[in-house]
Design a protein around this ligand. Structure first.
Ligand SMILES: Nc1ncnc2c1ncn2[C@@H]1O[C@H](COP(=O)(O)OP(=O)(O)OP(=O)(O)O)[C@@H](O)[C@H]1O
Ligand SMILES: [Mg+2]
Length: 371
């Protein structure tokens, strides 16, 4: 049964719709991530799920219960807000225990729970302090602790890690993932951070301008983006977008590009049937950096592998591998090679393109044209 169903939900604050008919359903125990650029409506949707914001039209169900007009306190939800508020006069321990206290959980159980979440969040040494004596990141962890000390039907987290430093952020990400695996709780989680989205989510809703652009598993979204916006938003470094022309070669349709010497080369496409009628059309070829690599012998005989001589503009070693910035059809393209691939800026080198997950977009609309 769906734990949470969002049916055609619209939000209008008075000047046009900021959410334009959202449809999302998740199962019990699922981890849903909402991602999208600032202002796309993520917090608005979270606040409507929590009942803190009215729904202009549409409905929100928890299980079979229509909660669209149910008071927040009756929804059995724990939420960590983007701008979290702690009770300033209570200690950290009291803040964490507060939700349990109003639910009349006995004191010794409350204390046990406070210890458990404090350990999880690495704030055991702060339990006696007041919020005013904490850093931003510590306050954020206390706000998390307050939510985690309960067992609601649904957790809502709106950018709960945004104030943490990089190391703690990664640690907390792992803790949240463990928590979800161990408890099987249903979670809706907002982030700007597409790595957080990929690593935590069972499913991701990518939003833009109040519309869900794509709703799917992290791998579906990564491998098979619905449009150029989603393709560019998910993945780091971002997918390369290479303008090129499709041409018919015999019975085949291929993407025409020029190598570093200006020589025309033809790249195969993974789904030629879908592009069959597009010979002569200018399109955008989307190819992820890890699909443009140093020549790898074990790949040589795969049908969608091709080699191109490309000019290297910049090399960026990261330790584990090296990012190359090269040039193809006048666009800068990112490539990922091994750390010992000896090539210097300015040189022309043989690179291998794996076209098996290449995708194609309409240059005007950004829509996928090869599905
Ligand atoms: N109370 C309000 N009254 C009027 N407009 C609002 C209100 N709250 C939000 N908005 C507008 O609705 C849109 C969506 O805002 P929302 O806070 O949901 O975005 P978001 O995706 O959470 O962004 P961010 O990533 O910056 O937190 C924005 O254009 C915002 O200005
Ligand atoms: Mg927000």
């Amino acid at each position: 049964m769906a734990a949470l169903t969002i049916n055609n939900v619209v939000k209008n604050y008075g000047q046009g719709d900021v959410l334009k008919g959202i449809n999302i359903a998740i199962n019990s125990g699922e981890f849903l991530i909402l991602v999208g650029p600032s202002g796309c409506g993520k917090s608005t949707l979270m606040n409507m799920i929590a009942g803190l914001e009215t729904v202009t039209s549409g409905e929100i169900l928890m299980g079979d219960d229509d909660v669209t007009n149910v008071e927040p306190k009756d929804r059995d939800i724990a939420m960590v807000f983007q701008s979290y508020a702690l009770y300033p006069n209570m200690s950290v321990a009291e803040n964490i225990a507060f939700g349990l206290e109003i639910r009349k959980v006995p004191k010794d159980e409350r204390m046990k729970e406070v210890q458990r979440v404090a350990k999880l969040l690495q704030i055991e040494h702060l339990l006696d302090r007041k919020p005013g004596q904490l850093s931003g990141g510590q306050r954020q962890r206390v706000a998390m602790g307050r939510a985690l000390a309960r067992r609601p039907r649904l957790y809502l987290f709106d950018e709960p890690l945004s104030n943490l430093d990089a190391k703690l952020r990664v640690e907390m990400r792992t803790e949240i993932k463990k928590l979800h695996q161990n408890l099987g709780t249903t979670i809706v989680y907002v982030t700007h951070d597409q790595i957080e989205a990929m690593t935590l989510a069972d499913r991701i809703a990518v939003m833009k301008d109040g519309i869900v652009q794509q709703f799917g598993t992290p791998q579906e979204i990564y491998d098979n983006p619905a449009n150029q916006f989603v393709a560019g938003f998910m993945g780091s470094p971002a997918m390369n977008f290479i303008p090129c022309r499709l041409v018919g070669k015999g019975t085949e349709i291929m993407a025409e590009v020029q190598d570093a010497f200006g020589k025309v080369q033809y790249l195969p496409v993974p789904n030629p049937q879908a592009l069959a009628s597009m010979s002569g059309k200018d399109v955008i070829l989307g190819l992820r950096p890890e699909k443009i690599t140093e020549p790898l012998q074990h790949k040589e005989h795969e049908p969608l592998i091709r080699h191109l001589q490309l000019k290297v503009l910049v090399t960026e070693p990261t330790g584990a591998d090296t990012m190359l910035v090269s040039e193809l059809n006048g666009e800068q393209v990112d490539c990922r090679v091994g750390p010992r691939f000896g090539v210097k800026p300015g040189e022309i080198t043989d690179l291998m393109l794996d076209m098996s997950l290449a995708v194609f977009f309409d240059p005007e609309t950004g829509a996928r044209i090869d599905q």
